[in-house]
Design a protein around this ligand. Structure first.
Ligand SMILES: *Cc1c(COP(=O)(O)O)cnc(C)c1O
Length: 383
């Protein structure tokens, strides 16, 4: 098969199964709204849960950072790309989350890849929750270690795997809040099991950091768990982008030697690190924002009762409506769009086959009337 045929065939297969993905360029809109071709939509698809991507203090910090440092970092952190703004941010994150060290990465995707690639060796075993994010499962698949996946949020399934002999080290992987279901992992139970087995636990808290726990310290803090490796990302509640790995001193030093995504890649712009420090301050003082978000979540869940579509067990900003069929999910998303609501249909392979859904995300910037409008339209089109 030629290159052209291979590509054509793959595209046709995506069309046939209604899993073809297309992007649409928008004009922004301030978080609450999304503007496309002169149309305004209420945005129920973003991950900017606290609206910090549009926050005056965060924007001003980015601008001031750019005036001071310029727009780029100029290199890898190992050369000249590690500035005071990065150093300060790492120290503030470490202190906030109660870890000796934090290391910045340009994205959560890169952080997950880097940690697994640096840590795992051939005799080792990775035990990952089945619904772990693509960045984790992909890195695990490519690693020389053995990969075993355990039933979603089932500590007993992890326990069974941990008991099997392994001549190397074992690393269990889970998320704090699952990105496509919005449910939370039983972190305390998982960590108790890994500690008992002499294994490590790695938690990716992309969707928990900033919104869960005291001062927004995330799912681990909320559950009183201190995993050996904690990954937090800045593209969701921080409203920016980037990520950090929280860990102890020796692991941080090890990653600085062996994490290739740190060594061979340009570090984030220092102005971005300034913006992230401002976002961190907003999060630390963000009880009112988190309360608004919680109110919106409760408002939505109460109003959705009676719809013929099931919600997942979620008390987080991620409130998916399970549809099942790919085409039906696309049709519903289209009808919502015609009524001024922007909600993405999430289809396989992002979710399991037959698991297509409308992934509704709520934020602190949604007004009560926005939730009412969403509920009214959903009740109108789903019957
Ligand atoms: C978004 C996400 C990532 C990727 O983070 P980026 O910073 O966007 O690359 C990783 N893990 C989970 C669970 C996520 O939801």
């Amino acid at each position: 098969m030629s290159w052209q045929q291979r590509i054509q065939q793959a595209l046709e297969e995506r069309q046939r199964s209604a899993t073809y993905r297309q992007r649409q360029a928008n004009m922004g809109g301030g978080g609450r709204y999304l503007q496309l071709n002169d149309q305004h939509y209420l945005n129920f698809s973003g991950n900017d849960y606290l609206g910090l991507g549009q926050h005056d203090d965060v924007i001003a910090a980015w601008q001031q950072g750019a005036m001071r440092y310029g727009v780029g970092s100029g290199g890898s952190g190992h050369v000249t790309g590690f500035c005071h703004a990065h150093d300060e941010l790492e120290q503030k994150l470490a202190e906030w989350l109660g870890y000796p060290r934090a290391l910045l990465f340009i994205s959560g995707y890169a952080a997950n890849q880097a940690v697994l690639a640096a840590l795992m060796q051939a005799d080792d075993r990775i035990l990952a929750d089945k619904l772990s994010h693509a960045s984790l499962l992909e890195a695990a698949t490519h690693s020389p270690a053995q990969l075993r996946r355990f039933r979603h949020n089932q500590p007993q399934a992890l326990a069974t795997l941990l008991e099997k002999t392994c001549i190397g080290q074992q690393l269990a992987i889970t998320e704090g809040v699952f990105s496509m279901d919005g449910d939370s992992a039983p972190l305390a139970e998982l960590h108790r099991l890994t500690q008992q087995a002499g294994a490590w636990l790695m938690v990716d808290d992309a969707h928990g950091i900033g919104v869960r726990g005291e001062q927004g310290r995330g799912s681990c803090w909320q559950q009183g768990v201190h995993p050996e490796v904690l990954v937090v990302t800045f593209g969701k509640a921080f409203g920016v982008s980037g990520a950090a790995v929280l860990c102890d001193e020796p692991l941080a030093e090890y990653l600085l030697q062996f994490a290739r995504h740190l060594i061979y890649s340009t570090s984030m712009p220092p102005a971005q690190a300034c913006a992230l420090q401002a976002a961190l301050r907003c999060i630390q003082q963000g009880d009112a924002l988190r309360e608004r978000l919680q109110n919106n979540i409760q408002h939505f869940r109460a109003g959705v009762a009676g719809l013929p579509l099931a919600l997942t067990v979620s008390d987080t900003a991620i409130q998916p409506l399970l549809v099942g069929d790919n085409q039906r999910a696309l049709d519903l998303a289209q009808r919502l769009r015609e009524r001024g609501l922007w909600i993405s249909a999430i289809r396989p392979p992002t979710v399991p086959p037959g698991g297509a859904r409308l992934r509704i995300t709520l934020t602190a910037v949604h007004q009560s009337e926005d939730i009412d409008r969403l509920l009214e339209v959903l009740h109108g089109i789903c019957h």
